[in-house]
Design a protein. Sequence first.
Length: 561
Amino acid sequence: MPREPASPLMLSAWTPAPLASIVALWLVVAGNYSFWTTLTGGLGDSTRGVAAALTLAVALWASLTFALHLLAFTRLHRWLWAIVLVASAAAAHFVDHWGVLIDKAMLRNVVQTDTAEALDLLTSELVLDLLFRGLLPAAAILAWPMQRPRLKSSLIASVSLALLGAGLFTAALAVHYSEYAPTFRNHRELRYQLVPANFVRAGVGIALPTGHPSMRKIEPVAQDATRTPGAQPLLFVLVVGETARADNFSLGDYARPTNAALSSSGVRYFQGVKSCGTDTATALPCMFTDIKGDAYSVEQAGRRENLLDILQRTGVNVAWVENNSGCKGVCDRVPTTRLQDLDACAGRDCNDADFALAIDRLPRLQADTLMVFHQQGSHGPAYFKRYPGTPAFGPACETNRLQDCPRETVVNAYDSSIDFTSQALANVIRALERRAFQSAGGGVVMLYISDHGESLGERGVYLHGLPSWVAPHEQFHVPMMLWMDDAARRRLAPDTRCLDDAMTRDLSHDYLYHTLMGAFDVKSKVYVPRLDLLAGVDDVSRCPPKTTDFVEQHRTNQGTP
């Protein structure tokens, strides 16, 4: 039987099967604290509950051993095992310490994050987790001498492990189905806590449906779209917020003055807006696509033209200015620049307050124009980096290890980031006022809306990105506000009664698509007037129907930290 070179540590050489079983045991036990905590909490501490948990543990161990042993048919199997160990340690850390559930959306966020965001998540606890749960076991596996059995022996071992795993799972279900069924039904988060199955399943789900973005054929949308430009150019600035939750906006009755900079600006604030996702990679494409509700998926949206494509095709000048980690494919076919590249920040790092300089630097408009500003906003966990200087509310948590801070200091830091967002929006409004004064054009408009909300430790959950079926109110409830000058009011002629009504009723991201189409007078079968907040109507009874569930839930969640 072939043997690898002798180990300098004088260890006995093993075949892949026992080593795979040890790796599997380590992953099942050391990598799944949250999974076992949730499972045992659901099963209870009765004798049958304990037996059900132990039986499932053995079945998972056997099945994972089989899966790892399959990798032994390649000469790189130990490196693959090492990668699984390190990746599992990282996944387990975020599941255990942050309450994260790992699905396709969460993994897509990880893949699409930039270096700055990744560094914000780097903590001493993460380093220790990677070291003890990942790197040290991986090093041990790589150092252990191994015998390479013949193909026949490997096949026999794999078949035996497969039969063992299948048999144990069958026996577990036969004996303990009455315990498992209600537990897994009531705790759907279990499948997203189980390491490494969670990130492997998510990775396969991302990889299989679509090829590389450059290989995709983009499906045209609204090919019937036409528009008649106004006599004077309209400048519409859409500010896409990042991780701003409406519960902490004083314009929406939050006790703290987090929106003091906007108190006299004349903005209209909409209290009951619900996002269509709890993470940027899901919500941002959703905001600009015509696919809504249960039919929406990130993959499908990526294969279709979005709102920016339609507006650009019908003659609107579209520009995307980025101060975040990217537009998630939304701006791929329109002129895009990073805020830092505008040389507007005098040699320092740009922040969201500098978006106003992009407006000041615009040449005289020759056509209707949409500028999209993608903010850095309140992206966590390093909230203390999202505002310059002294926090507006202190003392503030000044570390990315939020669990190490008293919760009130976490809220202080987050609220200070919202205060700075308000200052940045006030800067944009002042720049638009200067623009309107310098050129008597077709009007200027600012619409602000956040991509998703944030959890600040409620029920032990931090950050965002939980699957929609389990995500709390705080991750869905987002702020939206509108400001326009007199020239824009005359051109767009919105019904103020409907606008006033909309400020206190349930809305969603769906309204953005149709409000922008209406603002630029785009005519198309995909345009839905009842979802256009700026549509003119002649009877208040024709305003979209009023509901209160989401607004009332928002009011229930208000309070001083």
